[in-house]
Structures are given as C-alpha cells and as structure tokens.
Ligand binder design. Structure first.
Ligand SMILES: Cc1cc2nc3c(=O)[nH]c(=O)nc-3n(C[C@H](O)[C@H](O)[C@H](O)COP(=O)(O)OP(=O)(O)OC[C@H]3O[C@@H](n4cnc5c(N)ncnc54)[C@H](O)[C@@H]3O)c2cc1C
Ligand code: SF4
Length: 478
C-alpha cells in the first residue's frame, strides 16, 4: 500500500474530456490524460484492501492494488510487467472497458472509487512511449500449428498467448483489417486504430501469421484447417444482429448499426468511399436520426451521427429508465443497474425509455417517421399504455438492439460443432473444447455478446487449454 492515508486526504480525480462542441468536429480520441504526478496521487488512494473487491470485478484478474502501489512508487516499468501478466492489451481496456473493477472498488461505497481504468491506461501508454513494450518471441518452438479464426480481442489474445508458448499460430480474419469489433464496431473517438496496428506488428514479430480477407467456411474450409493444423480456435464473435420485425422495417432508411459504424471507421482509416461503402453511402448528415437500442452500440451510433452532422439524434430504449443512482447496500460490489450517460450522450441526443416501436412510417419508399407507443412493465410483462402513441420524425433509423449470437451459415454449419440453446458455440470455461476434439471456442462466439475484457480473458484461457491439450502440460496462466 503506497500511502496509508491517501484515500483520506485525496478525492477521486479522473481524466477529463475535450469540450463536446470541439471534439465532435473530428473522430479522434478526446480523453485528456492526467499528468504523472496526479496519477501517482490517485494511485496512492488505493487501500490495498484485505479483500480487494476490485479483483472481484475484473474478468482478467488484474492485480490492481499491486500496480497501484507500483505507480505510487514511480516504478512504472514494474507496473507494466505486472499488468501484462494478466492482460495482453491494457491500452484497449484502459480506453473502452466499462470498468467493473471501479464499480467493485471498496471506495465506490462512497462514490469515490480509485481511478483504476485511467491508471491502467496510463501504465500501458507509458510502456509504449518508453519503448518497453517489445515482442516476446518464444525461445523454443513446439512444432504444433494452431489456427485461430477471428481477430477480435479474443482471437488476438489467444493467438499471442499460443505464440508465446511456442506454437505456430495463423489468425484467419474475414475482414480486410484486424481487430474485430475493436476495429469496425468501436469508433475511433473511443479508441484509435493505430493501437491495434502496433499490437499486430508486435504479434507478427512473435511469429503470428495474419491472413485477412479470408473467411473460414467460405474461402477456406474447416476440413482444410483440420488437415493443416493441430488445433482450431473459433473466436468469430456474435455477429448476428437482432432485427426489427415491424411493418415498414424493410424501407431502405432502416439500417443496421454495424453497417453505419463500419463505414465511418473505414473512412477514418483513409479508405475511398467505394471501399468504405461498397453497397452505397450511409450517413446521418442533415438527417433526423433515431437509434433503437440503449447500449454501447447505440451510444456509438449517437456519437458518430453527431460527428456526421445529423439534424437531430434520438435514442430510444424498450426498457424503463434505470435509477440515476444505485442503492449501494443492495448492489455493491456487483455491477449496478443504473442510468449511464456516455460521452456520446453528452455531445447531444434526446433519450427516451419504455418505448415500443410499432411501425416505420414512409412516403415514396423513404422513411419519414417511427410510430411508437409508451409501455409499462408490470410483473416483468410489457403493457402498452393506451392513448400514448406518438410519431417521431426520422430520415434514418439505426438498429442497435444487440446481437442474437454467432452467425451459423458458413463456418459453424461446416464445423458441425454443438451449439447451446441460445445458439452460441457449446464449450465450457475449463477446457474451452467444443463437441469436436480438435476445435476450441472463446469470446463472444462462446459466451454471446459481451465485453472486450471478457473476450481477452477467454482468449487467454482458451490458449492455455489448447496448449495443455497439445502438450500435456502448460505454463500459460489461467
Ligand atoms: C458497436 C459496439 C461497441 C462496443 N463497445 C464496447 C465497449 O466500449 N467496451 C467493451 O468492453 N465492449 C464493447 N463492445 C463489445 C465488444 O466489442 C465485444 O464483446 C468483443 O469485441 C468480442 O470480442 P471477440 O473477439 O469475441 O469477437 P469480435 O470482436 O466480434 O471479433 C470476431 C472476429 O471474427 C471474425 N470472423 C467471424 N467469422 C469468421 C470466419 N468465418 N472467418 C474469418 N473471420 C471470421 C470477424 O470478422 C471479427 O473480426 C461493443 C460492441 C459493439 C458491437
Ligand atoms: S478495492 Fe479499491 S481500494 Fe481496495 S484494493 Fe482494490 S482498488 Fe484498492
């Protein structure tokens, strides 16, 4: 523990953001990091609790009090090594993790959690700046070959761990660039993509081969992978979007959030409009935009629409408005259900809750509005409130209602692996093995739509399971 009285003397102080009206003029990251001295002070607030509840919240088991202490001691290099021992990509989670660790922190009982996420991010960013993050190739090779399908955080973490254990790893990715939803879902203003590129360079130097624009099940068969590799890891995400099943939903102004977000991410990467939007440009510029769905994806659509110059942005959600503040006695140290206002919401959007969509209204084949009705939830059942119908003007309706699970056509159908009742790939979290002995699964493809930090955890654990299956023993951490 750095300073016994740190938490008594100092209040929580976190990163600030650029002014909303300025930052929406571009797609760049806008968090303003705390200077090192302030971070040191913030780290000193950690109480090194006898039971560190922050651990409880962290899916990758980050040793949070240890690196808080090291930052306080100004030993950033040791802090980085410690952080990397549990998390391959702390600069990703340091930017886009919702930080369940902070919700679980003992100091959150008084709404003053340690700024764990900002400290994590600063350690990783400093590591890159100082040149401390270098390739760590395996000293000996095992002669085993592993195919990893999907280059999202699960696939990348898995591939890096396996390569470091000495296996020859090839990552197959159907998109033209690596990163999965980190690349084409999450906008640049939340996480710039050069962060993925430099990790890819590190991994290539560690012996990982990347094959982009290669869809397993289409461009290369599972049979061929089985013939050429000793094990296969499916880390293809949960990409099947939940659709809108109401009259008018087939109109061309009703579009999937991922199509919208991917196009903008490709433009930001410098792609031509033809490459970014092969099936036609989709923008919010000058439009009344309605985003259906209140989660991360919806929030990213809000931020992107504002940057594109939407006339208005409205986000609606079927669930009731959560409480502004949680009842700590009931929720802590668990993740509380409460109203979350993202940086994108702060940039401007109307938000409405307990709203059910009834019909997309159109004229001459174009979307003009969305007819909705207010609902109340009684005993878990949804009931429409009589006479509460209303129509929101709309030119563009973005569907951000989550994902039902992995896409079945192609790879999964071909592999024949057993699925769970919910349609995810069936594998447990001990051996990550599917119904086919040679095939493993991790990340959203196994657990359903989740978080980056869970994907990294599963990628790491699946790598351990594969290593053990191939070698009989493993030294990779769980
Ligand atoms: C818009 C959006 C914003 C989000 N924001 C956040 C956030 O802020 N914080 C957070 O923690 N989580 C966020 N999430 C969730 C998070 O991105 C996912 O949980 C995480 O990326 C899952 O990682 P994954 O590696 O399992 O899958 P993915 O990231 O989905 O990667 C799967 C990869 O597999 C590839 N693939 C699939 N099938 C094949 C095939 N047959 N052959 C070759 N390649 C294939 C795909 O192209 C993709 O690149 C967000 C999700 C979305 C949609
Ligand atoms: S729960 Fe909070 S105060 Fe306690 S060890 Fe973890 S970060 Fe430090």
């Amino acid at each position: 523990m750095g300073k016994e009285t740190g938490f008594l003397e100092l209040d929580r102080e976190d990163r600030s953001y650029e002014d909303p009206q300025e930052r929406i003029k571009n797609y760049k990251e806008f968090a303003i990091p705390l200077p090192a001295e302030k971070l040191k002070n913030q780290a000193s607030r950690c109480m090194n609790c006898g039971i560190p509840y922050c651990h409880n919240g962290c899916p990758v088991n980050n040793m949070i009090p240890d690196w808080n202490h090291l930052v306080y001691e100004d030993d950033w290099r040791e802090a980085l090594d410690n952080l990397h021992s549990t998390n391959n990509f702390p600069e990703f989670t340091g930017r886009v993790c919702p930080a369940p660790c902070e919700a679980a922190c003992t100091l959150n009982i008084v709404d003053q959690p340690v700024t764990i996420k900002s400290i994590e991010c600063a350690i990783a960013d400093r590591g890159w700046k100082e040149g401390w993050i270098v390739p760590r190739p395996a000293l000996t090779k095992t002669g085993k070959r592993v195919a990893v399908v999907g280059s999202g955080p699960a696939g990348l973490a898995c591939a890096q761990q396996l390569a470091r254990a000495g296996h020859s790893v090839t990552v197959f990715e159907k998109s033209d660039r690596l990163g999965g939803l980190l690349r084409y879902g999450i906008p640049d203003f939340k996480m710039e993509k050069h962060l993925i590129n430099r990790r890819a360079v590190q991994m290539e130097a560690e012996g990982v081969t990347f094959r982009t624009s290669t869809e397993v099940g289409v461009d290369i068969s599972i049979k061929s992978l089985k013939e050429n590799f000793d094990a296969i890891v499916l880390a293809g995400g949960a990409e099947d979007p939940r659709g809108l099943n109401i009259p008018g939903a087939e109109l061309p102004g009703v579009r999937l959030a991922m199509e919208f977000l991917t196009q903008q991410n490709k433009r930001n990467a410098g792609d031509s409009e033809e490459r970014a939007a092969p099936r036609g440009t989709l923008t919010a510029t000058g439009k009344d935009v309605i985003v259906i769905g209140g989660g991360d994806t919806g929030s990213d659509c809000v931020g992107t629409s504002n940057r594109q110059g939407a006339k208005s942005v409205t986000q609606i959600e079927i669930m009731p408005k959560p409480p502004e503040k949680e009842n700590k006695a009931l929720t802590w140290p668990n993740w509380p259900m409460k109203l979350r206002t993202s940086s994108s919401h702060e940039e401007g959007a109307e938000r409405d809750w307990a709203v059910l969509t009834k019909e997309v209204v159109g004229e001459d084949g174009k979307v003009t509005g969305l007819r909705c009705v207010r609902i109340e939830w009684v005993g878990g059942q949804m009931q429409e409130i009589e006479g509460s119908e209303f129509v929101l003007p709309a030119d563009l309706i973005l569907l951000a209602m989550g994902f039902v699970g992995p896409v079945k056509a192609g790879m999964l159908d071909q592999s024949g692996v057993k699925l769970t009742e919910r349609g995810n790939v069936d594998a447990n979290t001990l051996d990550y093995r599917t119904s086919d002995d040679m095939i493993f699964a991790c990340g959203d493809m196994r657990r359903g739509q989740s978080l980056i930090v869970w994907a990294i955890r599963e990628g790491r654990q699946a790598a351990r399971a594969v290593d053990e299956a191939l070698m009989g023993v493993t030294e990779l951490p769980r």
